[in-house]
Design a protein around this ligand. Structure first.
Ligand SMILES: C[S@@+](CC[C@H](N)C(=O)[O-])C[C@H]1O[C@@H](n2cnc3c(N)ncnc32)[C@H](O)[C@@H]1O
Length: 233
């Protein structure tokens, strides 16, 4: 079965960049464990189309020159796909694993993406640095932690008036309900859930959108590992 068309319009140059990125993921995966998804069609559907399906939601919330951080980017999802789809956005890719940060840095360079920078570190530590804390129009994340943990890893990066955007699966409503108290504590408004159609995907997908209305209290995030061990709320 051919790969279905993307969920948003792409130029031939953007399709060429996604093809080159798929090559890099397949090649990189032979050396380091970047993703469990290695089949080329699955890379397009479960990584690329999955990210592009949330892009219209971000378009509606963010300015053309938005600065985003992808927390726990791994092999570059969603950050590198967003950098290809929206070249006027600036994207910071953050991961705690050094070799993954090297991979995304190298891949961005090879693809000629000059709107990308990569940062190696734990979200709990990097979010305490003044050039990252509350500096971003949006923090995005996929497959990093349950929402009430992820809130503490993401919201400290977001400026007041900005957005936290988490890509999730079908159990999202329950997860969001559990995260309400943590989100409020960290300066977020109640989460807004949108179901997302991903062409060719069998699983239900959703995006959780949280607007930040107040600064995150100084004591958050707590020390590295604590958000996972003792989730807020
Ligand atoms: C399952 S992978 C998901 C990668 C990518 N977002 C995706 O959807 O394919 C989770 C990634 O989050 C990173 N990670 C987990 N906790 C983190 C933290 N506290 N700070 C920074 N990165 C973290 C891990 O190193 C790993 O690369």
């Amino acid at each position: 079965m051919p790969i279905p068309p993307p969920p948003i319009a792409l130029t031939p140059e953007q399709m060429r960049l996604l093809d080159a990125y798929a090559d890099a993921l397949q090649d990189g995966n032979r050396r380091i464990n970047l993703t469990a998804i290695t089949d080329r069609d699955a890379i397009f559907i479960k990584h690329f189309w999955d990210t592009l399906a949330i892009t219209p939601h971000l378009d509606a919330l963010l300015p053309p020159d938005a600065h985003l951080i992808d927390v726990g980017t791994g092999g570059g999802i969603p950050g590198l796909v967003l950098a290809i789809a929206r070249p006027t956005w600036r994207i910071t890719l953050l991961d705690a694993t050094r070799k993954k940060v090297h991979f995304v840095e190298e891949t961005a360079r090879t693809l000629g993406l000059n709107n990308v920078r990569a940062v190696w570190g734990r979200a709990e530590e990097v979010a305490r640095e003044s050039d990252h804390r509350e500096q971003y129009d949006a923090a995005v994340a996929r497959a990093v932690a349950p929402l009430r943990v992820l809130a503490e890893l993401c919201l400290p990066f977001v400026r007041v008036g900005g957005w936290w955007c988490a890509m999730k699966g079908p159990a999202v409503a329950e997860e969001a309900a559990e995260a309400h108290a943590a989100i409020a504590l960290l300066g977020g408004e109640p989460p807004h859930i949108e179901m997302v159609e991903v062409p060719g995907a069998d699983a239900q997908r959703a995006v959780v959108l949280v607007r930040k209305h107040a600064p995150t209290p100084e004591r958050y995030p707590r020390r590295a590992g604590v958000p996972h061990k003792r989730p807020l709320g």
